[in-house]
Design a protein around this ligand. Structure first.
Ligand code: AMP
Ligand code: ZN
Length: 117
């Protein structure tokens, strides 16, 4: 069923506490933790606790939860004292998605080029 934890999903395991992560914020519906391979001085991932494979399926299946994730990106940026930051949702392997549990990357703490690579 949509939103249910998947046995083979890395981020579902982080939500369940089965894999350690450096958690910076938690709400009833979301978890934010530091990316293990940071691409900027601040690189935090915000995920819904429920499993959706990507941002669009999250927005389609649970729009309020998608809004919770977006709200948390701002909360992370404030907590990390970022005046400017970038929120990225990679969708599909060709765009660099490697974990198929929806997640927002919050990147900041350095200048960010546009367009991204
Ligand atoms: P994406 O490539 O957009 O799917 O993003 C997945 C992100 O998860 C990558 O930036 C990885 O560095 C990060 N990642 C993978 N495993 C872990 C982990 N155990 N803890 C924290 N971040 C992770
Ligand atoms: Zn998952």
């Amino acid at each position: 069923m949509a939103g249910e934890a998947q046995d083979d999903c890395l981020f579902c395991k982080i939500v369940a506490g089965q894999i350690p992560a450096t958690i910076v914020r938690q709400t009833a519906t979301t978890v934010a933790f530091r990316d293990i391979n940071p691409k900027a001085p601040v690189h935090v991932l915000v995920i819904p606790k429920a499993h959706y494979p990507d941002a669009a399926s999250l927005a389609e299946g649970a729009p309020e939860l998608a809004a919770d994730v977006l709200r948390e990106t701002q909360a992370v940026a404030e907590e990390e004292k970022l005046e400017s930051y970038r929120t990225v949702f990679n969708t599909g392997a060709g765009a660099g998605q490697t974990v198929f549990h929806a997640h927002a990357h919050v990147l900041g703490g350095r200048g960010l080029q546009w367009p991204p690579g």
